[in-house]
Design a protein around this ligand. Structure first.
Ligand SMILES: NC(=O)c1ccc[n+]([C@@H]2O[C@H](COP(=O)([O-])OP(=O)(O)OC[C@H]3O[C@@H](n4cnc5c(N)ncnc54)[C@H](O)[C@@H]3O)[C@@H](O)[C@H]2O)c1
Length: 281
């Protein structure tokens, strides 16, 4: 089976990026969110990202314009999934919200439609456990910023069929991205390693280290392209905290989120998306 149309549910940072790269690879895309405000923001995120790619000579003005024209923005779930063969969920990192969404989604999609979750850390088997769609579901974990990062983690749930996985793999390749297979444990590969690193950085700030120095150390001494504090600001503190909580639940107390990480989330110091984290945006 070949994917022709993609519905993205959740028009936040990740959903907007996934819609953009799919439209840039010629797919017809609909992006859905619960509010008009989120859709407006999403359109402007996509426009400004496409403009940057044009300015850097990565795509022509015509390609950028036609990619944008291939994306439809809507608040209607039924409208979003109409005639689509792949649905990618990118709503809040909250299992109850994801389950609630799938309950509404399931009766709206045909039996051949593949349903993917972009969850950062929730086990895919659990994400789709409350649905009858397990065989045609999988994890497609895109990285932030989606238009820039080449890797996409692909996660099989316990019941994911080979046909589903292979079709999704072809879709990932068609975006010019590299699929990486990860086993279905909380955090997969990327979040498991990075959330621990970012949580440890928060601990070190409590011990008196400055975020700028931690970032400089990891960039200049360890060759990381971005230090863990800046990375936490990019990812969103709530996403990393949730990842740690899921890993603590499944893998043990070594993954407990630092209390300061929790406090920062409660205070709304999420990073780039709230305008303030370790740095100001
Ligand atoms: N931020 C990252 O760096 C990153 C990286 C990889 C994966 N992820 C995962 O991607 C998903 C989305 O993360 P994000 O950072 O884009 O979040 P975000 O907060 O930027 O966006 C989430 C969007 O989902 C919408 N939404 C919530 N409930 C909805 C519903 N029932 N139906 C439709 N839309 C709904 C919200 O209005 C919001 O616009 C999460 O599962 C997250 O773990 C995030």
């Amino acid at each position: 089976m070949r994917i022709k149309g993609v519905a993205v549910i959740g028009a936040g940072v990740m959903g907007s990026g996934i819609a953009q790269v799919s439209a840039s690879a010629d797919y017809l895309v609909t992006i859905q969110d619960v509010g008009e405000e989120a859709l407006k923001r999403s359109k402007s995120i996509i426009e400004s990202s496409l403009n940057k790619l044009v300015a850097r000579g990565k795509m022509s003005r015509e390609q950028a314009d036609s990619a944008l024209a291939r994306i439809e923005f809507t608040t209607g779930l039924e409208k979003a999934v109409h005639n689509k063969d792949l649905v990618i969920e990118a709503v809040f990192e909250n299992l109850a919200i994801k389950h609630e969404l799938f309950k509404k989604l399931e009766p709206l999609v045909g039996p051949d439609v593949i349903v993917a979750s972009n969850t950062s850390a929730l086990p895919i088997t659990e994400v789709f456990s409350a649905t009858g769609m397990a065989e045609r579901s999988l994890g497609l974990h895109f990285m932030n910023p989606v238009p820039v990062m080449r890797g996409v983690e692909m996660i099989r749930g316990q019941l994911t069929s080979e046909a589903t996985f292979e079709t999704a793999r072809q879709y990932v390749l068609s975006l010019g991205k590299e699929p990486i297979e990860a086993v279905d444990y909380a955090g997969f590969i990327v979040s498991r390693l990075l959330d621990v690193l970012m949580n440890e950085a928060v601990k070190m700030i409590q011990e008196g280290n400055r975020p700028e120095e931690i970032d400089k150390a990891m960039e200049l001494c360890a060759g990381h392209p971005m230090g863990p504090c800046r990375l936490l600001d990019l990812v969103g503190a709530e996403i990393a905290m949730h990842g740690m909580e899921t890993m603590e639940r499944d893998l043990g107390p070594g993954y407990k989120p630092h209390p300061m990480l929790r406090k920062r989330v409660l205070a709304g110091l999420l990073g780039k998306k709230s305008g303030r984290g370790f740095y100001t945006y």
